[in-house]
Design a protein around this ligand. Structure first.
Ligand SMILES: NC(=O)c1ccc[n+]([C@@H]2O[C@H](COP(=O)([O-])OP(=O)(O)OC[C@H]3O[C@@H](n4cnc5c(N)ncnc54)[C@H](O)[C@@H]3O)[C@@H](O)[C@H]2O)c1
Length: 346
């Protein structure tokens, strides 16, 4: 099979932990050719492990024969790095968030369009087989009219010297943009576009500059409502990453599907007909059906999809438009948190 040549910019964070071993190396239609990271020693060790070339600068990386560059650096570097890749004629898969805010995401899209290269964004949680199955059930009307959803993603992230997510000037914000971005993206996969938001952010426990707490209330074009709750100050073991989707014909409830792993449980409680009003209101009695499709590694699926879109010269489901949508909703959430107002997505 023809293989797309991948280079990695910022190779020693999530790239090293997940995207290189589980994605680029595992993908049938991709090969890793070069890696670059400020951490020279770790970059060289990584290159050796995976048979790639370790280079000493971004310019050197862009001078390789790579077809696509995967960018996995802090958010405040994304805009300039995407621009440099586009100028060098490389397709780009940029990690979320797509830059710091709307304006950067819009400029990145325009620059890549002008350069004739593809720009994708790394919202890999869309590829989880259970998320795809839930999206199909909703699309097929099995949930009835979507009514309410909840997506939760939290962790323990104590103050650390140099942690870029703890400084909004580097991360664009805290738990909301970092983890809430995935939750918002998933809710848009399930319920369609968000129309308006109301949001609270806070520093409940940690005193760094980024928020460690955020709850956003989303109102969708289709009339559904959802909440996204995301905290940097809840211990990992207690963060169960709940996903709840309710409609007029039932619910789809999951634990552990939102995250980086493949493990999680999802159960659907669906009815053909909710029936007449029953004054006894016997809630919680229905037998659910486990949703257990064949597991898919999200990083591999992401790399294979982006590579295939290049090989086949077609649009990608990882389109940067998804990244821009996410930025618009996130910006509205931050504005709401700042002003105390409901904010419409324009
Ligand atoms: N999709 C996911 O599963 C997932 C998970 C974690 C992080 N992310 C995203 O990936 C990106 C990176 O996050 P992370 O957790 O890996 O951060 P990190 O800080 O752990 O790693 C970033 C890496 O980039 C390197 N780096 C920084 N500046 C650089 C530069 N100018 N040139 C080359 N290398 C440079 C650092 O040395 C470091 O190795 C962020 O956008 C984040 O939101 C995505």
């Amino acid at each position: 099979m023809e293989k797309v040549k991948w280079a990695v910019l910022g190779s020693c964070g999530i790239a090293k932990r997940r995207t290189i071993p589980e994605g680029i190396i595992a993908a049938e239609n991709a090969e890793l050719v070069a890696v670059y990271d400020l951490n020279t020693a770790a970059n060289e060790a990584l290159a050796k492990e995976f048979g790639a070339k370790a280079v000493g600068s971004e310019a050197e990386l862009l001078a390789t024969d790579a077809d696509v560059v995967y960018i996995a650096t802090p958010a405040n570097l994304h805009y300039e790095q995407v621009r440099a890749c586009a100028v060098a004629g490389k397709h780009v898969l940029c990690e979320k968030p797509l830059g710091m805010a709307n304006d950067e995401a819009e400029k990145m899209i325009a620059i890549c369009e002008e350069a004739g290269v593809k720009l994708g964004v790394g919202f890999m949680m869309r590829f989880l087989a259970q998320h795809q199955a839930a999206a199909k059930l909703i699309k097929d009307g099995k949930l009835g009219q979507p009514v309410y959803g909840r997506a939760q993603l939290s962790c323990w992230y104590p103050p650390m010297e140099g942690a870029w997510r703890q400084d909004p000037a580097q991360g664009g914000g805290g738990s909301l943009i970092d983890m809430g971005g995935h939750c918002i993206d998933l809710m848009e996969l399930f319920f369609g576009e968000v129309k308006k938001v109301s949001c609270f952010t806070n520093n409940s426990v940690h005193d760094y500059k980024s928020e460690d707490s955020a709850v956003a209330l989303l109102s969708f074009e289709n009339g559904a409502l959802a909440t996204v709750d995301t905290f940097f100050c809840i211990p990992d073991a207690s963060s169960k990453t709940r996903l709840e989707l309710y409609g007029s014909k039932g619910s789809i409830l999951a634990e552990g599907t939102i995250g980086q792993g493949e493990a999680g449980e999802m159960v659907a409680y669906l009815e053909e007909d909710a029936g007449d009003y029953d004054g006894l209101q016997n809630t919680g009695g229905g037998a659910g059906a486990a949703i257990n499709p064949e597991p898919v590694n999200m990083y591999r699926a992401e790399v294979e999809e982006f590579s295939a879109s290049i090989l086949e010269g077609r649009e990608t489901s990882l389109s940067a438009d998804v990244g821009l949508r996410s930025q618009k909703v996130l910006s509205a959430c931050y504005e709401s948190a700042r002003t105390g107002r409901v904010v419409e997505i324009n």
